[in-house]
Design a protein around this ligand. Structure first.
Ligand code: UGA
Length: 443
């Protein structure tokens, strides 16, 4: 099938590339000329395992194209997928302006009988608005209304595992208001249906809410396990055993039970806030989601306090930090707990050396956008450089390479051999045996 993607951000790029891998012919549009020019030259703007190689293969196979010229190609496709950003507005609600601009641009151009799929995470009711925007555009062009259908088809891709998640989905959700639209959308995912992946047909409101429910549930589960982790510390219980034990209950399952410095990224924080905004509009109290958001915000704000409780005052010392991204295997630093930590260390007058395998460039850009500058902050090119002359190491992201750290590295490079591991990724025993102060979380 010929498919267009509007937006070559993280979701659009992964979706377009993987759909071409499934055998479709995909043309991915973006209004950012520099980005499209770079993609045409094979330069991929995001770090996502497996994506770079797949883009090259698909471009070579002539199943994936990049363009800024929507007008020239879009009339050829049976489905147009909108994958543009829906950032948080100041009040927490989702900003739909990019979605609206995209829909209004493409609606007059697409073929009669084709579908416009919303993959961006959008509040319940957006498909109705989309249909209205489409019909207004068709009317203005003197075309027949109701001939282009809006479909809601949310994504469930984790950054760092997005290609794998796309190609091995747990389910595909298709929210529609007509059988014709469902048939086209289902055909896109026919290879998954053939493998037995559940394809769930529902109305557009349910599809839109499924996405928010999944993210809010997972975020709530994390706030829960983080609070359990804190209680474990106070009661001399052990979160590591507790998580394993409750995860073995089939009704609970093992995932999303690792405590950490608090969830971040572009999805959980944004989507939980947007869900609360929707609840407010419908006068529905969602106290559980609200509490989980508050609990997470508080956790991130208090990270440094935990370190100080253990290590005492830090002013004037030099602290190393491993991890700037909100989790491993991504270069995304949005809402990363490391930002809260660095801000607080700066206010405590602590010299910082930081290292991240992929996130430093984006982190610098983010600090610039927030107008936050610190002469105390130094970027290191590797773990050893980051540890040099340091009075303590704080680990905030679970990059696999951090777990290769050895007691010798700590002893050779650091002035004061002590570690605060917010991800429990190191083997505590070997560090303690080497006489290094080690503090994990939740036990
Ligand atoms: C999340 C969802 O998992 C995806 O299904 C969804 O498609 C995506 O949001 C989205 O809405 O686009 P993502 O934000 O990429 O994906 O990352 P996750 O792997 O879900 O991690 C989210 C946060 O939870 C991270 O800060 C991570 O460090 C934290 N986490 C995760 C833990 O602290 N402990 C865990 O056990 C798992």
């Amino acid at each position: 099938m010929k498919i267009a993607i509007i937006g070559t951000g993280y979701v659009g790029l992964v979706t377009g590339t993987c759909l071409s891998e499934l055998g479709h012919h995909v043309i991915a549009f973006d209004h950012d000329q520099a980005k499209i020019a770079a993609l045409k030259k094979g330069q991929v703007p995001i770090y996502e395992p497996g994506l770079n190689g797949m883009i090259h293969r698909m471009v070579e196979a002539k199943r994936l194209y990049f363009s800024t010229d929507i007008e020239a190609y879009i009339h050829e496709v049976s489905a147009t997928i909108v994958a543009v950003g829906t950032p948080s507005k100041c009040d927490g609600s989702a900003d739909l302006s990019y979605v609206e601009v995209a829909i209004k641009r493409i609606a007059p151009l697409v073929r009669e009988g084709s579908i416009i799929i919303n993959k961006s995470t959008v509040p319940v009711g957006t498909a109705f608005k989309t249909s209205q925007w489409i019909n207004d555009c068709l009317k203005a062009k003197g075309k027949k209304q109701g001939t282009v259908h809006a479909v809601s088809n949310p994504e469930f891709l984790r950054e760092g595992a997005a290609v794998e998640d796309f190609l091995n989905p747990d389910r595909v959700i298709i929210g529609v208001s007509s059988d014709e639209a469902f048939k086209i959308a289902r055909d896109i995912y026919a290879p998954f249906a053939a493998k037995g992946v559940p394809i769930i047909k529902t109305n557009t409101q349910t599809a839109e809410l499924i996405k928010y429910a999944a993210n809010a549930y997972l975020a709530t589960r994390l706030s829960f396990i983080n609070e359990m982790s804190d209680l474990c510390e106070k009661t001399e219980a052990d979160i590591r055993t507790l998580s394993t034990a409750i995860g073995l209950d089939k009704r609970i399952g093992p995932h999303f039970l690792r405590p950490g410095p608090g969830y971040g990224g572009s999805c959980f924080p944004k989507d939980t806030r947007a869900l609360l905004d929707t609840a407010k509009q419908y006068k529905q109290d969602m106290s559980i989601v609200r509490s989980s958001v508050e609990s997470n915000d508080l956790r991130k704000a208090n990270l440094l306090e935990r370190v100080k409780q253990k290590w005492g005052a830090l002013s004037g010392l030099r602290i190393s930090l491993f991890g700037l991204t909100f989790k491993a295997d991504t270069d995304d630093v949005r809402e990363t707990p490391s930002f809260d930590m660095i801000k607080n260390l700066h206010h405590e007058n602590v010299e910082m050396s930081v290292f991240d395998p992929q996130g430093a460039d984006n982190f610098k850009i983010m600090l610039k956008n927030f107008k936050f500058e610190s002469p105390l902050l130094h970027y290191s090119k590797d773990m050893s450089e980051c540890l040099k002359g340091s009075d303590g190491l704080i680990i905030l992201t679970e990059w696999a390479q951090f777990s290769t750290l050895l007691p010798e590295d700590v002893k050779t490079h650091m002035r004061h051999a002590r570690i605060f591991d917010f991800r429990n990724i190191l083997d505590e025993k070997i560090f303690l045996e080497a006489g290094i102060e080690y503090q994990g979380i939740g036990y």
